[in-house]
Design a protein around this ligand. Sequence first.
Ligand code: ATP
Ligand code: MG
Length: 251
Amino acid sequence: MKSNAQITRMGILFAIRELLWYNKENIQKEAVAMGKLIVIEGLDGSGKGTQAGELVKNLEAQGKQVRKISFPNYASDSSALVKMYLGGQFGQNPGDVNAYAASTFFAVDRFASFKQDWGSFYAQGGILVADRYTTSNAVHQCSKLPKEQWDAFLEWLFHFEYTLLGIPAPDLVIYLNVDPAVSQKLMTDRYQGDESKKDIHEGNLPYLNRSREAAEYCSKKLGWREIACCEAGRMRSIEAIQAEVLTLACE
Ligand SMILES: Nc1ncnc2c1ncn2[C@@H]1O[C@H](COP(=O)(O)OP(=O)(O)OP(=O)(O)O)[C@@H](O)[C@H]1O
Ligand SMILES: [Mg+2]
C-alpha cells in the first residue's frame, strides 16, 4: 500500500512530466518546416558563395521562388559578436573561445535573420539557398574539441538551434569537399596576396585541416551530400561543380 504522501508525490511527478512533454511538442511544432532549405557547406574558400549564387540563378531560371541567404550576416548588427570573435578580439587563436560559446555567437545571428528577413518567405513555401548554416558551427567548432566529445557537441548544437531557438533544420546539405591547401590558395588570390586580410580561421592551416576532419565526420554521420571539388590538386570548374549541385538540389 502506498501512503498518501507517496501518491501525492507520484501525482506531482506525473504532472511535471506531462508539462515538459507538452512544451517540447509545442516548441517542435513551431519549428516545423514549410519551405525548403538547401545548405551549401564547406571549408573557408571552398566556393560556397559562388555555388550558392549559381544555384539560385539556375533555380530561378526554372521559375522557382528562391532566395540566397548568407551567414554570418555581416550587414546586420546581429553579427557583432561573430565579427569580434573572427577579428581576434577574444584571442588570436580559434581555441581562445570554446566551441559552445563561439557557436552561440553564430546561432543568434541566424535567429535574427530568420526573424527579420527570411522566416516569412520560408513559411510561404519559398526555397532558401544558404551559404553556410548551423552546419558551419558543426564543422568549425567540433575541431576545437577532442573527437570523443564530437557526438555530444553535435547533439547539443542541433537541439539548441533547431529545437530551442526554433530555426528550421535543412532539407539538404551539400558539402563542397576541397583540399585546404587548394582553398587557401583561392583565398590568397581573392585577397590579392594580402595574408593579413584573412580572419583567425582562414589564416590558420592546422586549424583548417582539423576542421576538414570534422567536416568529413559530420558529412558521413549526418548524411550530407558530398561533392569532390578538386581534381589532381586543382579546383574543378565552377560549371562542373554547379552541374552536380543542381542535380542534388532538384532530386
Ligand atoms: N571552382 C572554382 N574554381 C576557381 N576559383 C573558384 C572556384 N569556386 C570559387 N572560386 C573562387 O575562389 C574564391 C573563394 O570562393 P567563394 O568566395 O565562393 O568561397 P566561400 O566558400 O564562400 O569562401 P568563404 O568561406 O571565405 O566565404 C573566390 O575568389 C571565387 O571566385
Ligand atoms: Mg563566402
